[in-house]
Design a protein around this ligand. Sequence first.
Ligand SMILES: Cc1ncc(COP(=O)(O)O)c(C=O)c1O
Length: 457
Amino acid sequence: MSDNPTDDKPVERTEGDVNLSDERRQWQDAHLDDATRALLDEDARYFLHQSLSTPCLNALSGAEGAELIDTQGRRYLDFHGNSAHQVGYGHPAVIEAVIEQLRTLPFSPRRYTNRVAVDLARKLAELSPGRLNKVLFAPGGTSAIGMALKLARVATGRFKTVSWWDSFHGASLDAISIGGEALFRRGVGPLLPGAIHVPPPSSYRSSVTGNAPSPMESAEYVDYVMRHEGDVAAFIAEPIRCTTVEAPPVEYWRRIREICDEHGALLIFDEIPIGLGRTGYMFACERFGVTPDILCLGKGLGGGVFPMAAMLAREDLDVAGHAALGHYTHEKSPVGAAAALATIHVIEREGLLARSMELGDRLTTGLREISNDISLIGDVRAFGALVGVELVTDRTTKDPASAAAEKVLYECLSRGLSFKVSGGNVLTLAPPLTLTGEELERSLGILRAALEAAAEQ
Ligand SMILES: Cc1ncc(COP(=O)(O)O)c(C=O)c1O
């Protein structure tokens, strides 16, 4: 049990930090002027309130490069960005491409294709591993997941899925059915039938609590479930869990690939927050050398400007010509495609895959140095420029230091660094891949000061 009374509050493993905490209110009391408060009040007056969103923390007036600018002119290095800002905010090449597209072909109604949408489809097919050569676009990651689930049903003639407890694949009813977070599932059922959940492979903490199977035991559990059900359409997961920055070993994914093949189930990878360079690879699954049958992209695909997502499928899964998998109004958005193509070109031209690795290495080294002085840090893990810092009250018991994580977040915001807290006690650091050396060192200084302040409490 923690020394800090607020650590005893039940902690839900959620996507992000909650929007109704004492720490948040205190931060707002200390930082917001009357005009910002009035805007927040108006926001709360007109938007439906929902968890992790409205009421909001603060209001923005700008975003450029790696920084957010609030209505009072304060700047924050943004290591959150909803995982949509691999190329930073307002990258000139992306903005230019979008403006040019708006001037020529701003929209492409159904029945028509257009050059830039086809160019993007070809580029994704060329870049993707294996035979993931067919695509559909969607106006958001959740919709891409929905298309993947439908395609799996049509292609296999089955409807059951296997996915992980604690996972997140979007907030719509189909996505929360396969997702495993209570916050999203509670009180809104009934959910999709046939959505079977298995415990996720063991994590940093479960190695001491012993309440989760080892990765290979977890894979065999998937085999067991598929064998007994006999008619599972697909296994779906993030190859690297973005929020808590955890991944099972290569052998796990190789075994899952075998199991899916053995039982005639498709393997679907959700790379919506982690594809396109975040983990140092264009596609996160390349790290494991395992190619799924369907892969979903989103978020950063739109260059931090446009809502844009994609489902990439094995070319022989082009079997649903009679069905409507997506049928989205913005299905072949020329503006979205222009933003996405420009984004991919920036990643290639500016060497952002290598930069992602460099940023991750430097952040990890810096954070491990800080952890020599601050025992609050239980673990630092990184996959390219996706870095997780797990805060614990005790390194042996690994009890989560959730109140401290919240304190670190608001201390960092006060000093000009934004990120998200995941799973209650993990600082999730996802900087733009265009981050400069100076900005990186600045962020480490801010993290050290904030962690020291939290450790003193
Ligand atoms: C792993 C994962 N899948 C799917 C989604 C849903 O994407 P979107 O919010 O664009 O619908 C998210 C969004 O956070 C995500 O993190």
